[in-house]
Each structure stands twice: as structure tokens, then as C-alpha cells.
Design a protein around this ligand. Structure first.
Ligand SMILES: Cc1cc2nc3c(=O)[nH]c(=O)nc-3n(C[C@H](O)[C@H](O)[C@H](O)COP(=O)(O)OP(=O)(O)OC[C@H]3O[C@@H](n4cnc5c(N)ncnc54)[C@H](O)[C@@H]3O)c2cc1C
Length: 392
């Protein structure tokens, strides 16, 4: 297993680093380190413009096939891009769900017409997407989806409710998992629909989170419509497509996220030095432990990369989400203990939080979204260790 970067990889890293240094400047300078988890409300319009800027310069769809407008770069270079983006303090990506989840899903399962219609605006950073899976009674148990859709006059008509839909209030489109066969059960009879968000039958009610932000919403569909052709895969076969999307969720972008975590740890170490907490033996041990956890994540990511073209399918991928989510939540707790009593005081009225406070509050969600820790453990038990299925 060769884990060294080639000269071409290093040249690509230098190109990415230089572009980010040049372009996170001028009107975009204020976006550095903004708009990430717990801070999604910051600079939304400016971040839309940033998406278009990235698209125009060819930094979206790095791994997509050239025939579909991408750059077809090797996976390692895609990871390098994500690393450099995090290192430069690149702003939270409004286009992440389109580029990271829907795009790869359409490339794998979409019709030619769907690829022609939906991929180019994602590549140009023009259309923002959200993910309409979870419902009040269908989170971990996603197969319990109750949102329904029926074909009527050349269109799907959708009724039901989604919840926790990230960026719904800013999104142009949503991919919605809906039951299209009325008497179907569980994962059968579901379809994967592409639904425009800006129409009378869609109501978005933002949910205020503990960070003070409202990055996710309840979404109500009451006679919302989408063209009959906007179903990905065969009608009734949406479960397969939906599971494909979830696999992409663990793709290249998460492999580069340790650089963002490293920035956070560096900030915690600086805070410990400033407050004198770095003289506390327990805090020192926890900082060292956090540092080791970062190295473990890095080596595990490289191990996955060395094994497969599709790292999300490598056996090592099974432990990745559980490990980073648990590690990151502990990092948030460490940040608060380093700050001491000061951690409990908002930086400004009414509820202005520092980056470390947001880190602590948002990281409570890490062990829930994209598969909770308990669900990850069930998956590891069944798929990696071959233990019996959980009884229902
Ligand atoms: C920040 C954030 C952003 C999100 N964004 C989106 C989005 O854009 N689109 C979208 O569709 N969804 C989104 N979600 C929803 C996310 O996918 C769900 O929160 C997740 O699937 C868990 O579902 P739930 O919240 O309904 O919890 P539940 O499934 O009700 O689980 C509650 C608790 O019970 C445990 N539990 C459940 N089943 C089992 C079991 N079988 N064995 C052991 N323990 C179990 C869980 O681990 C959890 O601790 C987001 C969530 C968060 C926190």
C-alpha cells in the first residue's frame, strides 16, 4: 500500500491552494470560516455568489465524468481539494447536497434527460438542493416513509410532511422519497422524486436550533407537483436509489474533513494557552487524545483511499461515521471545558456565539444525522461482523 502523494497530486494541491488564497479575498474575504455547521445563516446570498464563482472556475464536480461536464479527477485529488478548502477556511457549501448527493445519484441512476437537465446547473453553482427523506416517524426507520405521491395529468402530486430538511428555505429543488404505491409496505413501493421547492404546494417552516440558527425545516407538501418524468429510477424502486445516495454521503468530502477538525483543535489549543487551561493535566491529556483521534481519522481515510475507487464501500468505511461523530462531539465538550465558566456566556446579545460555542452545540447533532451512533453500531454488527439481524 503506497500512501504517498505523487508529483501530480502535489501540483494539484499547489494549484488549489493558490486559487483559494487568491479568491477568498476581496468581496469573498468575509466568508472565510463562515457558514459552516451551526452558522448556516451567515452570508447566505454571498455564499450563493461564491457557489457560482466556484462553478465558473471549474471547482464543482471534480470527480464527475468529463462527458457530463466534470473534470474526472482521481479520488485522491478530490480529497486534496476538500483538504485545501478546509485549510483555507472556505465557507460552508450551500451546494453540497446537489454536488455531493444528488449529482452522483443522477450519474448512477438518472436518465439521460435528467442528467442533461439537472447536472449543468449544479456544476455552475446555480441550483441549490435539499434532501427530503426524514419524516416525523421515519428517521432511523426510513422505510416507514408516509409521504405519498400519485400520477395525475402528467405530474406527480405530493402530499405529506418531511422534517429536519437542511437548507430547505434556500433550496430550489428537493429530492423526495415518497410512497407511490398506495398499499405498499416498508421499502417497497417508494419512488425518488425531484420536486421544485418554489411552488404553492410547498410550505417550509424553519426550526430554530440550539445554535440559534435554523438550518433545517419542516416541509409540508399539500398538492405539490412535479413533472411525471422527474422520478429517478423506476417508479416504486426508489429505495435502491435512496440507499445509493446515502452511500455517496460518505464520499470524498468527508475524507477531507479532518483539516476542518484540525483548525478547530488548533483553536482549542490556543484557547487553552490563553486561559491557562493547558496547565491542567486532565485537559492536556484530553487535547493529546483529540490529536491522536485526528491522526487515526487521517490514516483510516488514507487506508480507505488506498483500497478502493469507491472508498465509501471499503470495509473501513463502516467505522468512519461512528468514529468521527463521537470524536467531534467530544471535541466540542473539550472546547467548553477549556473555556471554563466563560463558555456559558454568549459573545454578544441576544445570542451571538463564538466558533467554539457553535462547535459544541452543533456537534451534539453529529451522532444523529447521516445515521445515528446506535444505527451505525447495528450496521457494523450485521454487515461487518455478521451478527444476526436486530429482532423487529
Ligand atoms: C443537523 C441535522 C441535519 C439533518 N438534515 C437532514 C436532511 O437534510 N434531510 C433529511 O431527510 N434528514 C435530515 N436529518 C435527519 C436525520 O437523518 C435523522 O435525525 C436521523 O436519521 C435520526 O432520525 P430521527 O431524528 O427521527 O431519530 P429516531 O430515528 O427517532 O431515533 C431516536 C433515537 O433512537 C435511536 N434508535 C432508533 N432506532 C434504533 C434502533 N433500531 N436501535 C437502536 N437505537 C435506535 C436513535 O439512535 C436515536 O438515538 C438531519 C438531522 C440533523 C440532526
Amino acid at each position: 500500500m503506497d500512501l504517498r502523494f505523487s508529483d501530480a497530486d502535489e501540483a494539484f494541491r499547489a494549484e488549489a491552494r493558490a486559487w483559494l488564497a487568491d479568491h477568498l479575498a476581496g468581496p469573498f474575504a468575509a466568508l472565510r470560516d463562515r457558514g459552516g455547521p451551526g452558522d448556516e445563516h451567515a452570508f447566505v446570498e454571498e455564499r450563493r455568489a461564491w457557489e457560482r464563482h466556484l462553478g465558473a472556475a471549474g471547482w464543482i464536480g471534480l470527480g464527475w465524468p468529463r462527458a457530463l461536464g466534470g473534470r474526472e479527477l482521481p479520488l485522491l485529488q478530490q480529497v486534496i481539494w476538500h483538504e485545501e478548502y478546509a485549510r483555507a477556511g472556505g465557507p460552508g457549501r450551500l451546494g453540497h447536497i446537489g454536488e455531493g448527493l444528488l449529482g452522483p445519484t443522477l450519474i448512477a441512476f438518472g436518465s439521460d434527460a435528467q442528467k442533461r437537465r439537472f447536472l449543468p446547473p449544479i456544476l455552475r453553482g446555480e441550483e441549490i438542493w435539499c434532501q427530503g427523506y426524514s419524516e416525523p416517524n421515519a428517521g432511523s426507520d426510513l422505510a416507514n416513509v408516509q409521504t405519498r405521491a400519485r400520477l395525475e395529468g402528467g405530474a406527480w402530486v405530493i402530499e405529506g410532511q418531511k422534517v429536519w430538511t437542511s437548507w430547505a428555505q434556500w433550496a430550489d429543488w428537493c429530492f423526495v422519497l415518497a410512497r407511490t404505491e398506495p398499499d405498499s409496505q416498508r421499502h417497497r413501493g417508494l419512488s425518488y422524486l425531484l420536486v421544485p421547492m418554489r411552488q404553492p404546494g410547498v410550505e417550509v417552516r424553519p426550526i430554530v436550533q440550539i445554535t440559534g440558527d435554523s438550518a433545517f425545516s419542516e416541509v409540508f407538501f399539500d398538492g405539490a407537483r412535479t413533472d411525471a418524468a422527474n422520478v429517478v429510477g423506476a417508479p416504486g424502486d426508489g429505495w435502491k436509489v435512496a440507499m445509493g445516495t446515502l452511500a455517496f454521503e460518505r464520499g470524498a468530502s468527508t475524507l477531507g474533513q479532518q483539516l476542518q477538525f484540525e483548525n478547530e483543535l488548533r483553536e482549542i489549543v490556543a484557547a487553552a494557552r490563553a486561559s491557562g487551561a493547558d496547565r491542567d493535566p486532565e485537559i492536556r491529556q484530553r487535547i493529546a487524545h483529540a490529536w491522536s483521534g485526528l491522526r487515526i481519522q487521517r490514516w483510516n481515510a488514507l487506508r480507505m483511499l488506498a483500497r478502493a475507487d469507491r472508498p465509501e464501500l471499503a470495509p473501513e468505511a463502516m467505522i468512519t461515521k461512528l468514529f468521527w461523530a463521537t470524536w467531534h462531539r467530544a471535541l466540542g465538550e473539550l472546547a467548553m471545558d477549556v473555556l471554563g465558566p466563560e463558555a456559558e456566556i454568549a459573545a454578544g446579545a441576544p445570542y451571538e456565539l463564538t466558533r467554539l460555542q457553535r462547535l459544541f452545540l452543533f456537534s451534539r447533532a453529529d451522532t444523529l444525522y447521516a445515521g445515528s451512533n446506535q444505527i451505525q453500531r447495528n450496521l457494523i454488527a450485521q454487515r461487518a461482523l455478521g451478527l444476526p439481524r436486530e429482532p423487529r
